[in-house]
Design a protein around this ligand. Sequence first.
Ligand code: 0RQ
Length: 503
Amino acid sequence: MANRISNETLRARMMSAEDAASLIAPGDTIGMSGFTGSGYPKEVPQALAARIEAKHAEGTPFKVKIWSGASTGPELDGALAKADGIEFRLPYNSDPVAREKINNGEMNYFDMHLSQVAPMAWEGFMGKMDVAVVEISGITPEGELIPSSSVGNNKTWLELADKIILEVNDWQSEHLNGMHDIYYGTALPPNRVPIPLVKSDDRIGQPHFRVDLSKVAAVVRTDAPDRNAPFSPPDQTSLTIASHIIEFLEWEAKRAGLPKSLLPIQSGVGNVPNAVMAGLIEAPFENMTAFTEVIQDGMLDMIEAGTLRMASATAFSLSPEKAQYFNDNAERFKDRLLLRPQDISNNPELVRRLGCIAMNGLIEADIFGAVNSTHIMGSRIQNGIGGSGDFARNGYVSIFVTPSTAKGGAISAIVPRVAHVDHISQDVQVIVTEQGLADLRGLAPRQRAELIIEHCAHPDYRPMLRDYYTRALQDSYGKHAPTLLNEALSWHQRFVETGTMKL
Ligand code: 0RQ
């Protein structure tokens, strides 16, 4: 283990998680590593939560502000939220305890585009960063840091924080060394220059983080796994959605004369994207690349099957079995995977240049194609917008997927009007449910409505949507995007009052 910390100066700063956590003060803004449950610090946040609980028991207030890459794990967001220790959190959360606090109005949460977190932190309007707590997989003799299973905003946190606490995690594969590309050419306007990346596999930076050694206050050794979400084999709904997407991509490749390697794919996390990856293995594409946010199980399978040449992302998001498999076989993936800072993996300039095929999940879409990715019944946050906006607005084509109903059929995913908007209709080009696919490109609102109702809505809700839309065509104030203002959100209100959107 000692050779993971090859730098003498930093080896001398090793201490326990409890001692390291005692360096954090009430009110501090902490930059935590971590993205979709990988590469987050595991020991210091738990020690901090214990300290906060002890202070609360004495009647002393103690809360901190947490900035991260995206979601982390129960040892971080879960433990700190449970301790009532988070005053403010950004930019993406999927922890159930933290979600509950946010939805009860007990915790402030800034849900933002993931590509924008680092630039906004540099701009400084959110205040200064007191401490960075960053998981790494090792320290070089020169004192550079070998990143872990996610890069996220770590480069930025290391630069901005006054004080740095490092967690060196032995559980992470040593073969991660060399899989990262940390770009140091970013600057704020008016000094911003083009990012010199023109292919998914271009290396434009260096493999390690630079760090000002004088800021490193503590080095903590850990040996704990990432929070890897269990993987359930794709259900029939996911498989059907995936088959519609594959059929569309094959058709689109022919129609537009796209190469055999298609265009770089971006895919959200979950069962549907994994089913799409499985489908792509059988599809007539070869030498594909991914320019995406997270590397899921399906992408490793595609690499092994030879369909995917390489994947560029900012983090892993694997099942426990696949994470173990990766750790055992990491060397084989060395030239096939590249992890970058999230302001590069999700950068709109790059997504637009490369022409990514963006595939993301949604909570609900309306008949004109606006998408709600975040707020149930318009007010309860589920996770956050994540990187969906970075890719949806800028990709070659933006595909959104969902089962046509939720909560056992009590909710229609296709509604007259979304109760919260994350993606305006201009950023939503294809909607897919198990019922079918609606290619909305180039269509006016009324044409979109016909397609979405007939191709995507569940048969239980299709007659209700037809009835609403027919009356809207008749009675709407304007006929460009026919809407019945007093009825457009009535389906949501009915659910809140009765537990179902059905009449
Ligand atoms: O809730 O677990 O309590 O049953 O939402 O829904 O169907 O399991 O689908 O896991 O793919 O998540 C949009 C949330 C879909 C996700 C969303 C309820 C449903 C369930 C989850 P339960 P499913 P998924 C890459 C890109 C935004 C970020 C993004 C997401 C839970 O894809 O967070 O795209 N996207 N990032 O029951 C009420 C509805 C509902 C609903 C679903 N209409 N009404 N509840 N649910 N639809 C990743 C990153 O950015 C990091």
